[in-house]
Design a protein around this ligand. Structure first.
Ligand code: SF4
Length: 119
């Protein structure tokens, strides 16, 4: 699961781009919910700061499937670049404008996980 960095609250200084488990689960942003999903489904979740890192994460981890969260523009270009791996895209919402404190519906991510795991 690839998450854009803008999901993290911009005031949070924790380095969740290195490891989502660095989140202290304060609940201000959806990183804490994503961390819970990661534990519940034993899946891998990465916070990518851009397309280059997202591509590297896919190459390094060789996933069977990708769930990508992004804005319409990034998702459209990003999904086209992933070859031979099924990708489900989920749009984030941008209540504060682009690229800052964006939001995500956690149930949509969970539905995507269930879609790929046939639950
Ligand atoms: S939920 Fe995690 S990542 Fe988000 S602001 Fe709180 S500690 Fe930081």
């Amino acid at each position: 699961i690839l998450i854009p960095h803008c999901i993290q609250n911009h005031n949070c200084k924790l380095k969740v781009t290195n490891d989502i488990d660095n989140c202290r689960k304060c609940g201000i942003c959806k990183i804490s919910d994503l961390q819970q999903l990661k534990e519940k489904y034993n899946t891998k979740i990465f916070v990518a700061t851009g397309g280059t890192l997202a591509r590297k994460i896919i190459v390094d981890n060789k996933p069977k499937a990708v769930i990508a969260v992004a804005c319409e523009r990034d998702l459209t270009s990003g999904v086209r670049e992933v070859n031979k791996i099924p990708v489900l895209g989920i749009f984030n919402s941008r209540p504060n404008g682009p690229c800052i404190d964006t939001n995500i519906k956690i149930n949509e991510v969970e539905d995507a996980i269930n879609f790929f795991t046939c639950k």
